[in-house]
Design a protein around this ligand. Structure first.
Ligand code: UD1
Ligand code: CA
Length: 452
């Protein structure tokens, strides 16, 4: 494809049904705003210009759009889809290539569909516009399209303006369209608002061109691909669909999912082949897992990297900055934040490791806590290679446990421990011979004297 492409993304609708202070297109799916999903595909297509049309909420949308090299323009008031597209004209300046018109609330239109739009627009019969359509099971109030078997469009009509016969048509306008820039601006200038909604309809452009004998073409896609998101319920449905696709992708990539429907990915989760993921695992953003790791059931993992052969869970929580080394183990009810576990290190039960560096082969006993926070600042804990931390120890940071050192169970360690030393920081144990027997005898006598 040699022609230049620009994308105009419409997002000026009020999004009333979301009942949200957050702009509709900023609501996340797989931890990423829906608009970012769409812009990522647009960027992959190689669009050379991106303009997003918003009504209110510009400030919420602008940083994201700019991160994709695009610009935001405001449509106020919102007088319809044709009017919305016109708002992008100045920003596109003299752009002379093909323009794709997309919807911010329809973020999962595929790269393949965008390429088909492009290809169809550039085909030998040179249609004015390429309209993306589908045949949803419930055609609701979508605009209807009357098309010939070869895809030539005879009529586009909004539901509000349609006759009973037209409403019975099952080919629905998705709203997405491709038009050459020169045609787009010339035709849009001629679109009026003499219709049931008193809005400037984008599909009218097709009818204006048709009246002059210039044809437009329809391409059909799966209705799920172009289903818009207008409510929290539809947002959840798209999340579920995204997760289903991602699970299939993971398995196709060689990751074993024991109960795929219970594993929740983030948009950027990376997992190497031969990794096994048990049931009910949730990935937040920023997770990288190498090959051949095992993530056991009920673990919550975000911002973490996990090396080959490592075992995490069941019931582990890895927070941002967790780096789990090769063959290391993080077991049940262990929380790791901003901490590195070296090769083969183990924290198998009931621990908190924060702002810590744990050397290779170290063993962190059950219930060990790194006390990294004094209510104001955070402090580091370093545990040397091969060190052994006895159960229920509190390591009060900043503190360093030397290589090969042993910390006695139940210690509260406040000073650095030299390499290979034993640290005991707890009350000493004394024995008073026979004390318990004497105590029981004395108490029993006292009780019987009282007649009880
Ligand atoms: C539009 C189409 C309809 C199609 C339907 C698919 C028109 C006239 N109708 O319906 O044929 O079946 O989409 O969902 O084009 N928007 C603006 N500014 C506006 C109005 C809308 O930016 O003034 C944006 C919205 O944010 C949304 C998109 O355009 O992303 C579609 O708007 P919406 O109101 O949902 O669709 P309709 O106009 O009813
Ligand atoms: Ca809509």
């Amino acid at each position: 494809m040699t022609r230049a492409v620009a994308a105009i993304v419409l997002a000026a609708g009020k999004g009333t049904r979301m009942k949200s202070d957050l702009h509709k297109v900023m609501h996340p799916i797989a931890g990423r705003p829906m608009l970012a999903h769409l812009l990522a595909s647009v960027a992959e297509l190689g669009a050379e210009k991106i303009v997003v049309v918003v009504g209110s909420g510009r400030d919420q949308v602008e940083p994201l759009v700019e991160s994709f090299g695009g610009a935001v323009v405001v449509q106020d008031p919102q007088l319809g889809t044709a009017h919305a597209v016109r708002q992008a004209e100045a920003e596109l300046g003299g752009f002379a290539g093909d323009v794709l018109i997309l919807y911010g609330d329809t973020p999962f239109v595929t790269l393949e569909t965008m390429r088909r739009m492009e290809e169809r627009l550039g085909a030998a019969d040179s249609p004015v516009a390429v309209v993306v359509a589908s045949r949803p099971a419930d055609p609701r109030q979508y605009g209807r399209i009357l098309a010939r078997p070869d895809g030539t469009i005879d009529k586009m009509v909004e539901f509000k303006d349609a006759s009973e016969k037209e409403r019975a048509l099952d080919l629905c306008n998705s709203g997405l369209m491709a038009v050459r820039a020169a045609d787009l601006w010339a035709l849009l200038a001629r679109v009026g608002n003499d219709n049931a909604a008193h809005e400037y309809y984008l599909p009218d452009l097709v009818m204006i061109a048709a009246a002059e004998g210039r044809r437009s073409a329809v391409i059909e896609v799966d209705p799920d691909e172009v289903e818009g998101i207008n409510s929290r319920s539809e947002l959840a449905r798209q999340e579920a669909a995204w997760q289903r696709r991602r699970r299939e992708q993971a398995m196709a990539d060689g990751v074993s999912l024991v109960a795929p429907e219970t594993v929740w990915f983030s948009h950027d989760t990376e997992i190497g082949r031969d990794t096994l993921i048990e049931a009910n695992v949730v990935f937040g953003p920023g997770v990288r897992i190498a090959q051949g790791a095992t993530i056991r059931a009920f673990s919550h993992i975000e911002g973490a990297s996990i090396a080959t052969g490592a075992q995490v869970g069941p019931y582990a929580r890895l927070r941002p900055g967790a780096e789990i080394g090769e063959d290391a183990r993080v077991g049940n009810f262990v929380e790791v934040k901003k901490a590195r576990l070296g090769k083969g290190a183990k924290a198998n039960h009931l621990s908190y490791l924060g702002d810590s560096d744990v050397g290779a082969g170290a063993n962190i006993g059950a219930g060990t806590i790194t006390c990294n926070y004094d209510g104001f600042l955070k402090y580091p804990t370093a545990i040397g290679e091969g060190a052994f931390i006895g159960s229920n120890s509190a390591l009060v940071a900043p503190v360093t446990i030397g290589e090969g050192a042993i910390v006695g169970a139940g210690s509260v360690v406040t000073r650095d421990v030299p390499a290979d030393a034993l640290a005991l920081a707890r009350g000493y144990q004394e024995h008073r011979a026979g004390w318990a027997a004497r105590f029981r005898a004395a108490m029993a006598a006292k009780k019987s004297k009282l007649g009880k």
